[in-house]
Design a protein around this ligand. Structure first.
Ligand SMILES: [Fe+2]
Ligand SMILES: [Fe+2]
Length: 282
């Protein structure tokens, strides 16, 4: 796989695209004085592209010391505000250059999908926390980054991505992808090259088949369910794609009843709407 994806290897550290209103909102936040840790965290939680860079930076600064960073909160604690602040500034300056580029998928739809999957994953995590230990910050981050392969394809393999988008009218998008260049395989490659920890790598590479994940089945199942719910709620990434099938074993193991799922979905949607209003994305 590595050889086939060589072009990605060369360009993978280019900034990934973000929707302009999100960029503007973050710039406005940065211009405020005395930005605190909480505000920086909230800014990062808004943008899968920035979050991907922060997780990469945090893990590449500690690849050999046995620490892995799977949540944005821990990444901020490890890197410190100074470094996060510089990264935000650089990403925003470089990202602005990409403003007018046309991508095979809508970056706004990608953003809305990733954010909703993150919020639903976090909500499911809060629910499950009553019964078992589960790290909701990691679930949020895993949900936000689960489809990062699609963004990497936008900037590195747009033709392959466009082909799959065109083929996916009324079909499940990932069934229309070329296996050697799917968002899952490219996302997994990206995560590995960016020193992402095993839990995030596992979700990125197995969110459509969580039973295949190595050692992080529950994490993958929660994101899988959240991904499916986002599609059912009308927040898929590709406009005319069909809703992917949900794995019944995942639903069974996570053990959420219909009413709980409804409450989780409506809470996450409310939160999603507030964020979209905040950044002017409605
Ligand atoms: Fe996916
Ligand atoms: Fe997804």
């Amino acid at each position: 796989m590595e050889q086939e994806l060589d072009p990605i290897n060369c360009k993978m550290f280019d900034p990934l695209p973000s929707p302009l209103p999100v960029t503007k909102y973050i710039v406005e936040m940065l211009e405020k004085r005395d930005l605190n840790r909480e505000e920086i965290l909230n800014a990062l939680k808004l943008d899968p592209a920035l979050a991907a860079q922060v997780i990469r930076l945090a893990n590449s600064s500690v690849p050999n010391v046995g620490i892995s960073v799977s949540s944005l909160k821990n990444a901020i604690n490890l890197l410190g505000l100074e470094r996060i602040f510089s990264l935000l500034e650089i990403s925003l300056i470089l990202g602005k250059k990409r403003e007018r580029e046309k991508y095979p998928i809508s970056i706004k739809r990608f953003w809305a999908h990733s954010l909703l999957v993150a919020l639903i994953s976090e909500s499911i995590g809060k629910f499950l926390k009553r019964y078992q230990y589960i790290e909701t910050d990691i679930l949020f981050c895993a949900g936000l980054l689960h489809d990062i392969g699609k963004l990497v394809l936008c900037t590195n393999r747009p033709q392959e991505l466009r082909k799959a988008v065109v083929a996916s009218t009324n079909k499940v998008f990932f069934h229309c992808e070329d296996c050697s260049c799917s968002h899952v395989s490219v996302g997994a490659f990206f995560a590995e090259k960016c020193f992402y920890p095993p839990d995030l790598c596992s979700v990125i590479s197995s969110h459509h088949a969580p039973e295949e994940s190595e050692g992080y089945v529950m994490l993958g199942e929660v994101v899988h369910i959240a991904d499916n719910m986002a599609h059912v709620l009308g927040y898929g990434v590709v406009e005319k794609e069909s809703v992917p099938e949900i794995k019944l074993e995942a639903l069974k193991r996570v053990n959420l009843q219909g009413e709980s799922l409804r409450v989780i979905a409506s809470t996450a949607l409310e939160h999603h709407k507030r964020i979209r209003l905040q950044v002017d994305m409605l």
